[in-house]
Design a protein. Structure first.
Length: 249
């Protein structure tokens, strides 16, 4: 089962706000032995958002969507999600109850709009202020505010996908090779990928600067036993080329 992310908002694309959701979602997944397969950024324009959601629903992946579920005219995620599934919008009774509990006598139709979701969806509880998000077809729609969105994502992962936590035999290990050139390590990398076909070898070079020397982070990811064997062969191969390596911190 793959996990994806859709991060929505003109303010992200214009630079008025810096996205923090992608790094946090990777962190939350990683802490549970899970990993992110893909991510997309899109603005609030319905003409662009609608096809993104249609494609996402067609994947069958578990997807977290951040932003655009408020009641202002520029928030179009709820409407586009409904249109992508050919569903009507309807005031969710549990969302209505939560909104009325939050605002009491200060309720109005604009606030109730925050509980208008695609028909047949479930709500995602919001521990910060009680205004829920919604879920449908294993897509989880949460606000753009990190203080609300991140606890809601954790609730989804721990309540609905606990059975997937640390279920996959997958690890990543790496070493750092200072003052190295990738060209001198390509033959080694190709040999490792041939000898350990169930793993993936990766190389992340660092460009030299005034404060940092040139280096390469060289690693392997995949099943734990295969990664351990591949890493042993990698370390021996790096030493054979004449480089000194160190464990990645």
């Amino acid at each position: 089962m793959a996990f994806g992310a859709i991060i929505i908002g003109d303010e992200i694309l214009s630079g008025r706000r810096q996205d923090r959701h992608l790094a946090k979602l990777i962190e939350l997944l990683g802490a549970r032995g899970l990993k992110l397969a893909w991510a997309r950024y899109v603005g609030d324009d319905a003409a662009r958002l609608l096809p993104v959601l249609r494609e996402s629903f067609a994947t069958g992946d578990v997807v977290f969507s951040f932003g655009g579920i408020g009641a202002t005219p520029d928030d179009r995620t709820r409407q586009c999600a409904a249109a992508a599934l050919d569903l009507p919008l309807a005031l969710h009774p549990d969302a209505e109850a939560a909104i009325r509990a939050r605002f009491g006598d200060d309720i109005n139709e604009h606030r109730l709009q925050m509980g208008v979701f695609p028909a047949g969806c479930d709500i995602v509880p919001n521990p910060y202020n009680g205004i829920p998000g919604f879920s449908i077809r294993e897509h989880y729609f949460v606000p753009g505010f990190p203080v609300m969105a991140w606890p809601m994502v954790e609730w989804v992962l721990d309540s609905l996908y606990l059975h997937l936590h640390h279920a996959e035999d997958y690890v990543e290990r790496a070493i750092v090779v200072p003052d190295a050139y990738e060209s001198a390590l390509i033959d080694l990398m190709e040999r490792l990928m041939h000898d350990y076909p169930d793993t993936t070898v990766f190389s992340l070079p660092t460009v030299a600067s005034e404060s940092q020397c040139r280096s390469i982070e060289l690693g392997v990811k995949g099943p734990a036993v295969s990664v351990a064997a591949a890493m042993e062969a990698m370390c021996e191969g790096v030493s054979a080329v004449g480089y000194v390596w160190q464990e990645r911190a």
